[in-house]
Design a protein. Sequence first.
Lengths: 209, 69
Amino acid sequence: MKKHWYDYLWILSVLYLTLGFFNILFAWLGLFCFFIPLIISLGFGTKGYCNRYCGRGQLFGLIGGRFGLSRKQDVPRWMKSRAFRYGFLIFFMSMFLLMLWNTWLVFAGARDLREAVTLLWSFRLPWHWAYHGTILHEGIAQFAFGFYSIMLTSTVLGLLTMILFKPRSWCVYCPMGTMTQMICRAKAGPEGKAAAEKIEGKAVPGGGL
Amino acid sequence: MGEAVGKRRAIVDQSVCVACGCCVKVCPIGAIEIIKGVKARVDQTKCVGCGKCVKECPASVIEIQEVKA
């Protein structure tokens, strides 16, 4: 199959995770992974980011698929339920807000900078080697540590489910994927839904479903 | 008249589709598209029922069914 430039975006994902080991301030670049999918879904009403550009998805596809580091089993039924997907999105966003709050505390001078990366919202890993000071406020660095924690945590979770289930099973419960699908659903509205179902009905021979 | 043997086609359970687009990428004949970022749709006139999308789908929401031709 013909490869496009965007089929190599997994390299950026690897680079991002690697750079965080050397200078934590690079973690700020991860905001692209938050804003681009939102902009695409809000602006165009598509999941173009998931469908084409998501480097993380490509990375899981590569390691789990091409390199075969996956059992390639079906995800459990509950994992694809809306309850779990929305629940995980809410949990993820709450942790994100908590991270912003902790960043704010450092900005406000109420708390000292913690040079650590928290894995799976629980395990604090020393990460001081990747911090060489900043000419800006220490809060900038606190956000970087917090944001990198989120990115590393979601990568670890994704790798876990990649091994246990299908390579890209992270995509099933990825908070950004759930959020952009919600946005697209809202944008498509009942009108879009009806149109899609009409085409679907026509396209199924014998009307089976 | 219709053939005696049913044709194999990919059918998406759209209620649990996450619209990730993995099936679109893997489909060798470009028979699948994501509609409005909400769900995948298989063009039943193009689909040959090879089952690549079934294997690829992270949520395992696609299956091959025999449909009457």
